[in-house]
Write a protein that binds this ligand. Structure first.
Ligand code: ADP
Ligand code: MG
Length: 367
C-alpha cells in the first residue's frame, strides 16, 4: 500500500509561530526513465512539500546541473542554497551533490583525514576508488542523503522534507539497496555501522520512492517492473507520477459529423483538412486509450498514481507551480482524476473534468 498523505499535522495555534511538524515520509526519491520528467516533477514535488512554512531540500545527484536549468539559476554549489519559495510560504533549497566532495567528507567523518584527504583528491584517488567500485559511489551518495535528512536542531528537523532527483528506473533499486549489501559484508567497523544506519532509514516509513512515467504502453511495462523490483527489496513505493497526461475527452467522431461541424464554423472542408483532423483525432484517441489501460494496470497492482497534465506551452518557473498544485492534491489523495471511469459509455453518461492543462487546479475536490 502507498502511504497516505491525507492526515497532515494540524497547524499550531496561539503564540507558537513555528510551522507544524512535517508529515511522514520525509525523504522522497523521484526515479523514472530518462525524459519521463524526473527533474521537472522532483522540482514540482519540492514546491508542493514546501507548504505551511516547511523547509525542503531538493537534491541533484550526478552533477548535470539540471535543477539550475529548471529554475533558471546559476549552477548549484556543493552546499545548500535557497532556490525559491514553496507553494504555501515554505522554502525550497537546492543542492548538487558532488561525489568527490562527498567522499572526502566521508573520509573526514570516519578517519579524520585532515590534509591527507586533499592529497587523495590531488592524485585522483577518489576518482579511482569510485570508478573501480561503483557501489562505493552509491554508498557515498545515499550516506550523504541520510546525513542531510537526519540533521536536527532544537528538537526539529533542519529540513522538513528532502526530495531527490534520482537515478533512472534501471538503477534505482540497486542504488537504494546498496547499503543493505555493504552492511552485510562489513559486519564490524564504521563502514558496516554506517551502511546499516543508511539502510534502516531507506527501508523505513520516512522514505518513499515515486516513479515518473509517461502514459504510453512501452513505459507501462518498465514502470511495473520497477514497482516489482522495489517491492522485492522492501523499498517503499510512493506514487506513480503519470506525466504528460492528455485530457480524456474522447467522443466518437466520424467524417460527416466533422465536416458538418467545420461548415458550422464557416470552414469549407476539403479532403486534406478532414483527413488531417481525423488522423490527429485517431492519434489522440490512441493516447487516451493507452492512458486508460495504464491506470487500469496500476490499480490491479495496487499502485497509487497522480495524473500530471501535459503543459502544451512547455514548463517554466510559473507552470512548475501549477504542477506542484496538482501533485499536492494527488499526495493528499484528492487527485486521481484520470481513469476513474474506463468505459466510454460510463463517461458519456457523466462527463468528468479532464486534468488541468491551463494552470488551473481542477483536482482539489475530495476523493
Ligand atoms: N507535464 C509536462 N508537460 C510538458 N512538458 C513536460 C512536462 N514534464 C516534463 N516536460 C518536459 O519534458 C522534458 C523532459 O523532462 P525532464 O524533467 O528533464 O525529464 P528527466 O529528468 O526524466 O530526463 C523537458 O523538456 C521538460 O520541460
Ligand atoms: Mg533529469
Amino acid at each position: 500500500m502507498s502511504p497516505s498523505y491525507a492526515s497532515r499535522t494540524p497547524r499550531r495555534t496561539g503564540s507558537d509561530t513555528r510551522p507544524p511538524a512535517p508529515p511522514t515520509p520525509r525523504l522522497h526519491f523521484v526515479t523514472g526513465k530518462g525524459g519521463s520528467g524526473k527533474t521537472t516533477l522532483a522540482s514540482a514535488l519540492a514546491l508542493a512539500l514546501a507548504d505551511e512554512g516547511h523547509k525542503v531540500l531538493l537534491v541533484e545527484l550526478e552533477g548535470r546541473q539540471d535543477l539550475a536549468g529548471v529554475f533558471g539559476i546559476a549552477p548549484l554549489p556543493y552546499g545548500e542554497r535557497l532556490v525559491t519559495s514553496g507553494l504555501g510560504g515554505g522554502e525550497v533549497y537546492g543542492l548538487a551533490i558532488d561525489t568527490e566532495e562527498a567522499f572526502l567528507e566521508y573520509l573526514e567523518m570516519f578517519y579524520r583525514m585532515g590534509s591527507a584527504g586533499k592529497v587523495l583528491h590531488k592524485v585522483g584517488a577518489v576518482d579511482f576508488a569510485t570508478t573501480v567500485a561503483p557501489g562505493l559511489k552509491d554508498i557515498l551518495l545515499t550516506g550523504k542523503l541520510k546525513e542531510i535528512t537526519s540533521r536536527s536542531a532544537g528538537g526539529r528537523w533542519i529540513y522538513d522534507a528532502v526530495v531527490v532527483d534520482s537515478p533512472p528506473t534501471g538503477r534505482i533499486a540497486r542504488f537504494l539497496n546498496v547499503t543493505v549489501e555493504s552492511g552485510r559484508l562489513a559486519t564490524t567497523g564504521p563502514i558496516g555501522r554506517h551502511s546499516r544506519s543508511v539502510a534502516t532509514l531507506l527501508h523505513s516509513p520516512q522514505t518513499t520512492v515515486h516513479i515518473a512515467a509517461l502514459p504510453t504502453a512501452m513505459a507501462l511495462q518498465e514502470c511495473l517492473e520497477t514497482v516489482a523490483e522495489l517491492r522485492a527489496v522492501d523499498l517503499p513505493v510512493g506514487r506513480v507520477l503519470l506525466n504528460q497526461v492528455v485530457p480524456d475527452v474522447y467522443r466518437p467522431v466520424e467524417r460527416t459529423g466533422l465536416e458538418d461541424a467545420l461548415r458550422r464554423v464557416g470552414v469549407e472542408p476539403d479532403g486534406g483538412l478532414t483527413e488531417a483532423l481525423l488522423a490527429q483525432y485517431e492519434r489522440r484517441r490512441g493516447q487516451v486509450e493507452a492512458q486508460r489501460r495504464y491506470v487500469g494496470r496500476l490499480r490491479e497492482e495496487d499502485v497509487s498514481y497522480v495524473a500530471v497534465p501535459e503543459l502544451t506551452g512547455g514548463v517554466d518557473a510559473g507552470s512548475l507551480y501549477s504542477l506542484a498544485e496538482t501533485i499536492r492534491s494527488g499526495l493528499d489523495g484528492a487527485a486521481e482524476p484520470f481513469g476513474e471511469r474506463t468505459s466510454p459509455e460510463t463517461r458519456a453518461e457523466e462527463e468528468r473534468d479532464p486534468p488541468p492543462t491551463d494552470g488551473t487546479d481542477s483536482t482539489g475536490g475530495s476523493a
